[in-house]
Design a protein around this ligand. Sequence first.
Ligand code: PLP
Length: 384
Amino acid sequence: MPYFDHNATTPLAPVARAAWLKAADDLWHNPSSPTRAGARARLHLETCREKLALVLGGKKEDYLFTSGATEAARALFSHLAATLPPDRPVAINPTEHPCVLEAAGAAFPGRLLLLPLSPEGIVTPDAVASAFAAGAAAVAVMAANNETGVLQPWPEIAALCHQARLPFLCDASQWLGKLPGGGLGNAGWVFASAHKFGGPKGVGFLKIPPEGTDRFTIQPGGTQENGRRGGTEDLPSIAACCAALVEAEQKYVFLESDRLRWREAFERDLLTACPGASVIAASADRLWNTVSFCPSREENTRWVARLDQLGFQVSTGSACATGQPGPSHVLAALRLDPLAARRVIRISSGWETSEADWHALRDAFLATHARFATESPVSPVITP
Ligand code: PLP
């Protein structure tokens, strides 16, 4: 069954599954044990860390394994709140994932400076420079948006923050495994979740900057992760996370242009056949896998249910926001009309998605569109 909700989570990659099983079978000892078996597990853990540094850049010691992006975001904003000047704001992209927005809000109550966006949802380097002028003490901008796929100019923003000697925080959860990760390891505070790129759920990592982080800890309670995160490491999941990332980097990320062509053809076909429909942030550089499609009629929940019946899994938006009332904060930040926002459907493919899958999804969309039109020739009025 074609799966088009990869931005929510991806299926476990075979290479990740194999790495998980091998570590669970052969390296189950505690990496902190003073035995030779413990040392073997420890060595494997350090090899995994080394893999991250090779793919993303930076020193291996600065990579910490976490349970995912949410934990990393929470820990690093708490750290910044404890170490940055108490009166200065933190500049943040308003389309960040809720795990970043809520961690930032909790750590810096009343001190968040929302960065202005271009009409497509992009934070420009000029917007960052104006945040510096307004006294921002740190900047948080994600690499790629989970709802619209919009790519942010993170290399330029990281360079500006570096020049200004201010912390830059980058949620790379949707970028990694889809686009080359080189350079992210030197961007500042960077974090991601393995299940977005073919790894298991409940594991991810945080790259900390090489300087000024002596006091940074995620949780006390042990000497693991250089004393920064107490608790016995989940070596099988860590091994699977790194195997998935390395495979994506070595085998897949170069196939981006083909995949982009398939997504663009899908968008063109839908826009031609469905008058009044639109693609959110259509003219921005976006992830090759993501379409945020706004049809001219029916709430997105109806579309998702109908497409599911036809065998296609798409989404109403970010998985964590599903079930929450009101339009997504991302679409609100893009100033999309709230009624239109309730129609928006997120479609996100994966490396295993074929061109034929895109064609089949297009046909299912067109069939659903035609069926809605026969069921009620006049589009129902959605009340806010
Ligand atoms: N950041 C982005 C951009 C995401 O898409 C997600 C997951 O939806 C997260 C962070 C949170 O990841 P996790 O739930 O694995 O911590």
